[in-house]
Design a protein around this ligand. Structure first.
Ligand code: 13P
Ligand code: SF4
Length: 305
C-alpha cells in the first residue's frame, strides 16, 4: 500500500467510525496529514475536551491520552503506541509530593502536564509550556512548588520574580542533550539564523535563544517571522514540519541528538491499524483517580483561558 492510499483510507474510516485523531507536534508529518487537530500539549488538552467524536486516538505519549480520558470519561480514548511514554512523567513519586504537602501546607503544587494521572491527583494546578507563565502569574498564592521539570521551572521562576518558586530535580532526557556548544557551532555555520528553543532546554541554551516557547509557539514564530533561517532547539521533527510548511525558509537542527524515542514510536501504520482493525491500547482509569486528577487540569484550563 502506498502512504497516500493509507492516508485516504484512514480519513475515510475515521469519519465512518466517528474517531477524532489528535496528533502532537512531535509526531511525523505523514500522521499530521490525517489529523483532526495537531498542536502542543495545551491545545491537545483543549481539543480533547471539546471534540464532538465518541472515540479519540491520541498520537503522542501516554500522559496525553490520560489527559484526554480525564477530560472526557464518556469517550473511548486510545493511545497510538502502547510503549509511548514520557520518561519525565514518571520521575516523581506521588508519595514524595504527599509528604512534601504535609510539611509545606502553604505551597501550591504546580505540575507540568507531563506527569502521570496518578501524580496529578495530589497536585493543585497543571501547566503546559505554552500556558505556564500566564497560569503561574494568575495563581493567587505566591508560594509555589513546581514539578517535575527543573529547566521549565527555572525559566518560569526567572520570568516571575514576584513568586517564591521551589523546584524539584527532574527534566526531559531529550532536551537535556542540547548544549551551549551546539548553539555556538550552529550560529557559526548559520550566522543569520534565529535560534528558537523549547523551555525544557537547559538555561545555558535558553539564554542564547531569540525565542523560547512551546512547540506550537516555535512553529508560529518561524512562520510569522520575516527571517529566512532558523536553528530549532527542540525535538527534531519540528524541523521536518517547518520545512514542509515553509519551503521558502531554511530550518536547521540545533543537534541531531534531539530525538524523542517515545514520540518516534508512532507510525502511520499504527493509525491505520487502529481505525481499520481497532488494534490500539484503550485507556481505562478508575473514577476516583480521574476525578482527583481532573481538579488540576480544570484549574489549568480556568487559569490559562
Ligand atoms: P509542548 O507542550 O510544547 O508540545 O511540549 C510537550 C513536550 O512533551 C515537549 O517535550
Ligand atoms: Fe517527554 Fe521529552 Fe519526549 Fe516530550 S520530548 S515526550 S518531555 S521525553
Amino acid at each position: 500500500m502506498k502512504i497516500r492510499e493509507m492516508q485516504d483510507e484512514i480519513i475515510r474510516l475515521k469519519k465512518e467510525k466517528d474517531i477524532c485523531i489528535l496528533v502532537h507536534a512531535y509526531i511525523s508529518h505523514d500522521v499530521w496529514e490525517v489529523a483532526d487537530y495537531v498542536g502542543d500539549s495545551y491545545g491537545l488538552a483543549k481539543q480533547a475536551a471539546s471534540a464532538p467524536q465518541k472515540n479519540v486516538l491520541m498520537c503522542g505519549v501516554r500522559f496525553m491520552a490520560e489527559t484526554c480520558k480525564i477530560l472526557s470519561p464518556e469517550k473511548r480514548v486510545f493511545l497510538s503506541h502502547p510503549d509511548a511514554g514520557c520518561p519525565m512523567a514518571e520521575q516523581i513519586d506521588k508519595a514524595v509530593i504527599e509528604n512534601y504537602k504535609k510539611n509545606n501546607p502553604d505551597r501550591t503544587v504546580v505540575a507540568y502536564i507531563n506527569t502521570t494521572a496518578d501524580l496529578k491527583t495530589v497536585c493543585d494546578v497543571c501547566v503546559t509550556s505554552s500556558s505556564a507563565l500566564k497560569i503561574v502569574e494568575n495563581i493567587e498564592n505566591d508560594k509555589i512548588l513546581f514539578i517535575p521539570d527543573s529547566n521549565l521551572g527555572g525559566w518560569i521562576k526567572e520570568k516571575c520574580p514576584n513568586k517564591d518558586i521551589e523546584l524539584m530535580q527532574g527534566g526531559c532526557p531529550t532536551h537535556i542533550l542540547l548544549r551551549k556548544e551546539h548553539v555556538e557551532r550552529m550560529k557559526e555555520k548559520h550566522p543569520d539564523a534565529l535560534l528558537l528553543v523549547h523551555p525544557e532546554s537547559r538555561k545555558e541554551v535558553a539564554d542564547l535563544a531569540d525565542y523560547v516557547g512551546s512547540t506550537t509557539g516555535i512553529m508560529k514564530f518561524a512562520k510569522e517571522s520575516d527571517n529566512k533561517e532558523f536553528i530549532i532547539g527542540t525535538e527534531n521533527s519540528i524541523v521536518q514540519h517547518l520545512q514542509v510548511e515553509c519551503p521558502d525558509k531554511r530550518f536547521y537542527e540545533l543537534s541531531k541528538e534531539c530525538v524523542c524515542k517515545n514520540m518516534k514510536l508512532t507510525t502511520l501504520a499504527d493509525v491505520y491499524n487502529m481505525v481499520k482493525y481497532g488494534e490500539s491500547e484503550e485507556i481505562f482509569m478508575d473514577e476516583e483517580t480521574r476525578v482527583k486528577a481532573l481538579r488540576s487540569i480544570d484549574n489549568m484550563l480556568k487559569l490559562g483561558g
